[in-house]
Design a protein around this ligand. Structure first.
Ligand SMILES: N[C@@H](CCC(=O)N[C@@H](CS)C(=O)NCC(=O)O)C(=O)O
Length: 242
């Protein structure tokens, strides 16, 4: 498909979902612009993002929300399969991993954001409930992924991008709440360290570190953040204000 104007990715770099979509655009060499946009429940925003969430992709045909749908669109616009395997079975397995990470790692961890990143408290009930789902997800992911060197084999896939940004946030939350390392339990520290070296990751996480430090201050968060010092390595991208 030919596009006359670049795609515009709306959101901001505190969001792990925005960061997945940003990394996918870089990794697929898709031309794009970033537009800083905060999630909102205002009617005007709900008209383009019905759940009031970020990220959002503005395409010549209209708006797309939900990261999985955004990744699907990016991939479908490419001339050849790039970050999904060509083989239908392998592709389905990649999507299986993405779903497991989204529903059974990211969602329970997100339920704990208030007490970690937002200056509030998590009830013992929510801490215990999240742990049950996380424990099951760890067992599931041990069955599903084996770095070789990427999660699904020799090639980078959307499963790697999705898992990287969700496990990054999960590692922070699980360390803080449970004093446990989900990466260690999954045996994924080596994979994670390799992923962190990619140019796309460095670029995305450089923006994350700036935005996240500011966000935690705004929220008076209990979580203490030590920036790693990621540096933008890919060519400058136009960033428009909201
Ligand atoms: N399922 C959505 C989740 C997106 C999401 O939760 N985004 C967060 C930021 S990381 C958000 O917009 N939160 C605001 C809200 O939930 O009101 C996706 O895949 O894009």
């Amino acid at each position: 498909m030919t596009r006359l104007q670049p795609l515009r990715l709306h959101g901001y770099a505190v969001s792990n979902y925005f960061n997945i979509a940003h990394a996918a655009l870089i990794e697929t060499a898709t031309p794009f612009e970033l537009v800083t946009t905060r999630a909102s429940q205002q009617a005007e925003f709900l008209a383009i993002s019905p759940m009031g969430k970020i990220p959002l992709l503005h395409t010549p045909a209209g708006w797309i929300g939900e990261t999985v749908a955004i990744l699907g669109y990016i991939e479908d616009c490419l001339p050849i399969p790039t970050l999904h395997a060509a083989d239908p079975f392998q592709r389905a397995r990649e999507r299986q991993v993405i779903n497991v990470v989204q529903l059974y790692v990211e969602a329970p961890v997100r339920s704990l954001f208030p007490g970690v990143f937002m200056g509030a408290n998590n009830s013992p009930v929510s801490v215990a409930a999240a742990r049950i789902t996380l424990d099951r997800a760890v067992v599931a992911l041990r069955h599903l992924v084996a770095p070789g060197p990427f999660l699904m084999g020799p090639a980078l896939s959307y499963a790697d991008l999705f898992a990287f940004y969700c496990l990054d946030i999960a590692e922070r939350v699980c360390g803080f709440v449970y004093r446990r390392s989900i990466l260690a339990e999954l045996g994924l520290q080596g994979w994670f360290a390799q992923m962190a070296q990619r140019d796309s990751t460095q670029t995305v996480l450089a923006l994350f570190e700036d935005a996240f430090g500011q966000y935690l201050k705004e929220k008076n968060a209990t979580y203490r953040f030590r920036p790693v010092g990621y540096r933008t390595r890919t060519p400058a991208i136009e960033q428009r204000p909201a």
